[in-house]
Design a protein around this ligand. Structure first.
Ligand code: UD1
Ligand code: CA
Length: 449
């Protein structure tokens, strides 16, 4: 039987942020989401999050997760005090308790599984993850013998000069025999530099105590400040890019591009420099993205080309070409083979297949049939200052340059709009609509010299 507890009650003073530390994002997922994800496949019987500082906000951010219990730690008097809050809810739970610091987000699932297996095989009272760091500053130091038995953990600030040179550090990931831990938890004292109850002090009270050293020290990076946050982001970005390269995505300049955990790519995608993918974006096979493009929570079909553009919460079907310098805003839906050119903004609009909006247009709250050709500078005037109204343009229609379509308005199929028209009334299919002053020509206007 396995219970998992994630410590997430701390304020994260060193972040200097209004956001609780465990809600800081890395590649689109919060620290605590990452920690919880790293042990999901272990299928624990109980999964408890210890919350305290801004508890409600932390709980709300995880409302989408099933089977998570929240235990309140108030006030936050240290990691040992945090785990003491489990004495009641876990009671006589007969199994292992895996404790994870909520600020250690790079841990691999396999590493936790290895820790658990090692703990079960050795029959220790506690097994903890350790690493050897070239710079162990800030971490608790693990006092261990050559056989891997641990006698104590000393926090950095409580270390003597000699103890500080010990570079075997505590990762903040522990597997305890819960019953054994429950016996010693109430005896913790605040006799340390911070005057807090330290979970790490239980290790000296439990025997046998063992440790497992991780091979890749990147995994156990704890995040206490913005510098460490940025370093972890770099590690995650590198992991994500490597993963997608292995799946058949080419990056011309990998380190200039950032990905989110939720981004998915098809095969043979070419990503040019300076491209950023956020949220749950999906990029189809054969796409060519960038340079200089942001894609946020958008679905892109196959063989789409997007250059120097921003695509947010939009859908682009296969074979489209976007940009340079286009913006697709939320609710833009492009059918197959559409072409959206420079300085075009499209919002909350559906374009059926083969539409062309090539230059300098705003298309908002509109519905375009197939093969509509939107002339340069055409604007849908969708807002009357109070409400937004819809524009409908039938299949095969063409708007001339600098047309203004004042919504609500409906143009039938195969309508032609003369250049420079401002239309306020519906136009039936097949008609030519002109809404502009007649041209006046006054001959011999200039005196002959
Ligand atoms: C802790 C360990 C240290 C280890 C390091 C690894 C202790 C005493 N020290 O130090 O040995 O090397 O992690 O990263 O445990 N928290 C609570 N309630 C509290 C205090 C903290 O839930 O009252 C949570 C925090 O939200 C955080 C985690 O516990 O997620 C660790 O707390 P933090 O203050 O960052 O501990 P460190 O000083 O990093
Ligand atoms: Ca920490």
């Amino acid at each position: 039987m396995l219970a998992v507890a994630v410590l997430a009650a701390g304020k994260g003073t060193r972040m200097k942020s209004d956001l609780p530390k465990v809600l800081q994002p890395l590649a689109g997922a919060t620290l605590v989401e990452r920690v919880l994800a790293s042990c999901r496949n272990l299928a624990p019987e109980r999964q408890v999050l210890i919350v305290g500082h801004q508890a409600e906000r932390v709980e709300q951010s995880l409302a989408h997760l099933q089977g998570l219990e929240f235990v309140l730690q108030q006030p936050q008097n240290g990691t040992g005090h945090a785990v003491q809050q489990l004495l009641e809810p876990l009671g006589n739970f007969d199994g292992e308790l895996l404790v994870l610091n909520g600020d250690v987000p790079l841990l691999r699932e396999q590493t936790i599984a290895d820790l658990l297996a090692e703990h079960r095989a050795s029959g220790a009272a506690v097994t903890l993850l350790t690493a050897r760091l070239s710079d162990p500053t800030g971490y608790g130091r693990v006092v261990a013998d050559a056989e891997g038995s641990v006698s104590a953990i000393v926090e950095h600030r409580d270390c003597s000069e000699a103890q500080r040179s010990n570079n075997l550090i505590n990762a903040g990931i522990y597997c305890f025999n819960w019953r054994r831990l429950a016996e010693v938890l109430p005896t913790l004292s605040t006799d340390n530099d911070q005057g807090e109850l330290y979970l790490t002090d239980t290790v000296a009270m439990l025997a046998p105590a063992k440790h497992l050293e991780v091979a890749d020290a990147d995994e156990i990076n704890g995040i206490n400040d913005r510098l460490q946050l940025s370093q972890c982001e770099a590690v995650i970005q590198e992991r994500l890019r490597r993963h997608w390269m292995a799946e058949g995505v080419s990056f011309v300049d990998p380190s200039s591009c950032t990905l989110s955990e939720g981004t998915r790519f098809g095969r043979d995608v070419l990503v040019e420099p300076q491209c950023h993918f956020r949220g749950d974006s999906v990029i189809g096979s054969g796409c060519r993205i960038g340079p200089g493009t942001l894609i946020d929570n958008a679905q892109i079909g196959d063989d789409v080309e997007i250059v120097y553009s921003v695509v947010r919460e939009a859908q682009v079907a296969s074979g489209c070409a976007i940009g340079p310098f286009a913006q697709l805003r939320p609710g833009a839906e492009l059918g197959t083979g559409c072409r959206v050119g420079n300085f075009v903004e499209i919002k909350n609009s559906t374009l059926a297949q083969g539409c062309k909006v090539n230059h300098l247009s705003y298309i908002g709250d509109a519905e375009l049939g197939a093969q509509v050709n939107v002339g340069a500078g055409t604007i849908t005037a969708n807002y009357d200052g109070v409400n937004k109204h819809r524009t409908v343009i039938g299949a095969g229609s063409k708007t001339g340059a600098n047309s203004v379509l004042v919504a609500p308005i409906e143009l039938g199929a195969n309508v032609t709009v003369g250049a420079g028209s401002t239309l306020t009334k519906d136009v039936p299919s097949g008609a030519l609509a002109l809404g502009r002053a007649k041209q006046l020509v006054k001959e011999n206007w200039q005196q002959a010299s």
